[in-house]
Design a protein around this ligand. Structure first.
Ligand SMILES: *Cc1c(COP(=O)(O)O)cnc(C)c1O
Length: 582
C-alpha cells in the first residue's frame, strides 16, 4: 500500500508534461542560440517565400493554386482539438492559408492603392509582436512610445503646424481616423453629448465624393447616417463645390442647426479629387455655430493624399531628383492640393496606402493636443499608474493598442525621409505617364482620366477598328449614343472579368503571366446625366495602379498587350455565341 502511493507521487501529471512540451513553443526569455521563436520566424519566412514565383515569371498570386479552397459550407462546424499540437505544425497550416493570396509586391499587381510594405516597416511591425509593447500608456509602452510621439511631431511639422502643441493617435484604419474626428467634433460642438448622449440632429458635411466610411462613423457614434449632408462636386475636378457648401452652411446657421464638422476628402481613390481646404476654412469661420454650441471642426480625410506633403521642401525649379518635365507639374499639383491640410484641425494618414507599410498603420493627427486630449479625457484607471508623462488611454477609443502600426509608420518615416517619399511617389507618376503615352499610340484605346494627376490610369478599349477617341466622346456627351455606351460598358466589364480570370488561372500571354487589374462601373457620369439619376448613363473603365517599386516600362507594355488580348477574346467569345444562336 505504502509503496503504491510512493510510485504515484513520482509520476508527473500530464498537465506538467504539456507544460514542459510547451517550452519549445514559447520564445526563450534568455539570450541564446536555441530560441524557438528566432528559428521559427526565419524558417517560416523562408517557407512563405517559397510561395513566390520564379523570377523568370509567374502569376501575381502566392503559391500554385489560386482557387478559393475554404469549405465555406462546413468550416463553421469546427471544434477545438483535444490534443495539443506542435507550433511547427500549426505554422505549416498558417503558411498554407497564404496559398492563392495576391502577391502585393509582384510587378503585375496593379489593382488598387495596395502597395507592398517596405522591409523596415514589416520588420518593425513583427518586432512589436515579439515583445508586445502596449501603447495604451507609458508603463507598458516605455520607450516604444517614441514611435507614436515622434510620428505626430514629424507629421505636424509637415503640415506646417506647431509640432510641440500637436498630437496623434495610431488607430484601426482610415475609418478609425474618421470616427476619431467625429467623436472629437461631437464633443467639441455638443459638450453634453459625452454624458447625456447625442440629443441634437447636428450635421456632418462632406462632399459627394467622400469615402463611404462616413456611414460607419455616423452610424457607430449614434449621430445617425441621416445627419450627413453631401455637398455637390465640380464635374471636372470632383472637388467640393464651395458655393454649394456656403448655401448649406448659411441655411444651417439660419435654421440654428449646429454643424459638427466639415470633412475635406484629400484624394479619392479613383478621381484623385482634393477638396479646397483653405476656402472651406474661410467658410467654416464665416458661419459659426449658433450660440450654445462649440466650434465646427474641420477635418481632412487625407489617408490617400497625405504623402505628397513630403514634397514640402522640393525645389520644383531646379528639380534635384530629375523628374521628367511631363511628371513635374503633376507632382506639384498634388503637393499644392495636399498642403491645404495646414488649415484643418485634424487630418488622417494611412501608412498602409501611400506609405508602403503593412496593415494597419493609420494615424489621426490633431493640431491642438491640449484641446483634443482634455475634451476626451476620462481620468485615470485605478489599476494602472502613470509611470510616464504620456498616457493616451485616458482619451483614446481603444484600451489596449498594439504598437504594430505606430512602429511600422515610424519606421517608414525614418526609412524614406523626404527624398525616399518623393522618389517612390514621383516614380509612380513616371510609370503612369509612360503608360498614358503608350495608350495614346493605340487608336482603339483611350485613357479616360488624362488630366488626373493621381496614381490611377483609367482606360477604355473598344472593338477592333473603332476609333476610341471619337467613340468615347460620343458616349460621354450624346444621349443618342446611349445604347452604344451601355454595350461598351458591358464590354469593359467582360474584359475586366476575363483579365481577373486570367490572373487567377495563371494564363500566359507572350510567355508571361497576365496582370492583376480591376475595373470601375462608374468613374464618372455622362454629361447628360450630371444629377446621376440614370444609373445606366455611367462610364466604366479598366483601372491600373502602378504603385509598386518593381514595375518597369516593359511590364507596362506587357500589361497593355494583355488588355488587347483580353479584348480580342471577349469579341471572339461573343461571336461564337451569336453563331450558336443562329
Ligand atoms: C481607404 C479610405 C478610407 C478607409 O480607410 P481604411 O484604412 O481602409 O480604414 C477612408 N477614406 C478614404 C478617402 C479612403 O481612401
Amino acid at each position: 500500500m505504502r509503496s503504491v502511493l510512493k510510485l504515484k507521487k513520482k509520476v508527473s501529471p500530464p498537465w506538467k508534461k504539456y507544460r514542459s512540451d510547451m517550452l519549445k513553443s514559447f520564445p526563450s526569455p534568455y539570450r541564446g542560440e536555441n530560441d524557438s521563436l528566432a528559428d521559427g520566424i526565419s524558417d517560416a519566412i523562408r517557407e512563405l517565400d517559397r510561395l513566390k514565383p520564379e523570377k523568370t515569371g509567374g502569376a501575381a498570386f502566392l503559391g500554385t493554386n489560386s482557387k478559393l479552397t475554404i469549405p465555406f459550407d462546413t468550416i463553421k462546424n469546427s471544434k477545438l482539438n483535444q490534443k495539443m499540437n506542435s507550433s511547427e505544425n500549426v505554422i505549416k497550416q498558417v503558411i498554407k492559408l497564404f496559398e492563392g493570396l495576391p502577391n502585393w509586391g509582384h510587378p503585375l499587381t496593379m489593382n488598387n492603392v495596395n502597395p507592398q510594405g517596405n522591409s523596415a516597416a514589416i520588420v518593425a511591425a513583427i518586432l512589436t509582436e515579439v515583445f508586445a509593447p502596449n501603447i495604451l500608456e507609458g508603463e507598458y509602452a516605455w520607450n516604444t512610445h517614441q514611435a507614436e510621439l515622434e510620428s505626430g511631431g514629424i507629421l505636424a511639422n509637415l503640415a506646417g503646424w506647431e509640432a510641440a502643441k500637436s498630437g496623434c493617435v495610431y488607430t484601426y484604419g482610415g475609418s478609425g481616423c474618421w470616427t476619431y474626428h467625429l467623436k472629437y467634433a461631437l464633443t467639441r460642438v455638443l459638450p453634453d453629448s459625452r454624458k447625456k448622449g447625442i440629443r441634437t440632429d447636428a450635421k456632418v458635411i462632406c462632399s459627394q465624393q467622400a469615402h463611404y466610411t462616413m456611414l460607419n462613423s455616423t452610424d457607430w457614434t449614434g449621430l445617425g447616417m441621416d445627419n450627413i449632408i453631401l455637398i455637390k462636386t465640380d464635374r471636372d475636378t470632383n472637388a467640393m463645390d464651395t458655393r454649394h457648401l456656403e448655401e448649406v452652411l448659411k441655411k444651417c446657421q439660419t435654421e440654428k442647426i449646429p454643424v459638427v464638422s466639415v470633412v475635406c476628402t484629400m484624394a479619392t481613390t479613383d478621381a484623385n479629387a482634393y477638396d479646397p481646404v483653405e476656402a472651406v476654412r474661410k467658410l467654416v469661420d464665416k458661419y459659426p455655430n449658433p450660440e450654445g454650441y462649440g466650434k465646427t471642426l474641420l477635418y481632412c480625410d487625407s489617408v490617400i493624399g497625405w504623402s505628397w506633403i513630403a514634397f514640402k521642401n522640393y525645389n520644383f525649379k531646379s528639380n534635384p531628383l530629375g523628374f521628367s518635365e511631363e511628371v513635374l507639374p503633376y507632382i506639384e499639383k498634388n503637393y499644392n492640393a495636399i498642403k491645404g491640410i495646414f488649415f484643418a484641425d485634424a487630418f488622417a494618414v494611412d501608412f498602409h496606402k501611400t506609405g508602403f507599410s503593412p496593415y494597419i498603420s493609420s494615424v489621426f493627427v490633431y493640431k491642438n493636443a491640449l484641446e483634443f486630449e482634455t475634451l476626451l479625457s476620462r481620468g485615470t484607471s485605478a489599476y494602472l499608474q502613470s509611470r510616464s508623462p504620456y498616457n493616451p488611454m485616458n482619451y483614446t477609443l481603444e484600451v489596449s493598442r498594439a504598437a504594430t502600426g505606430s512602429m511600422a509608420g515610424w519606421a517608414t518615416l525614418k526609412f524614406f525621409g523626404h527624398e525616399g517619399f518623393q522618389s517612390v511617389l514621383g516614380g509612380i507618376l513616371e510609370n503612369k505617364v509612360y503608360l498614358q503615352n503608350q495608350i495614346s499610340e493605340n487608336s482603339e484605346m483611350i485613357c479616360v482620366n488624362p488630366f488626373d494627376y493621381g496614381l490611377v490610369t483609367l482606360l477604355r478599349i473598344y472593338p477592333k477598328d473603332v476609333n476610341a477617341q471619337l467613340q468615347f466622346h460620343r458616349e460621354l456627351k450624346d444621349p443618342i449614343h446611349k445604347s452604344e455606351l451601355v454595350k461598351h460598358n458591358q464590354f469593359t466589364e467582360s474584359i475586366g472579368n476575363l483579365l481577373f480570370e486570367w490572373f487567377r488561372s495563371g494564363k500566359k500571354i507572350n510567355g508571361h503571366c497576365t496582370p492583376y487589374l480591376s475595373f470601375t462601373t462608374g468613374f464618372r457620369c455622362t454629361e447628360y446625366n450630371r444629377d446621376q439619376k440614370d444609373n445606366k448613363a455611367m462610364l466604366y473603365a479598366i483601372k491600373l495602379f502602378p504603385m509598386n517599386v518593381y514595375i518597369t516600362p516593359e511590364i507596362m507594355d506587357h500589361v497593355l498587350d494583355c488588355i488587347v488580348a483580353a479584348r480580342d477574346e471577349v469579341i471572339s467569345n461573343s461571336d461564337m455565341r451569336t453563331h450558336e444562336k443562329k
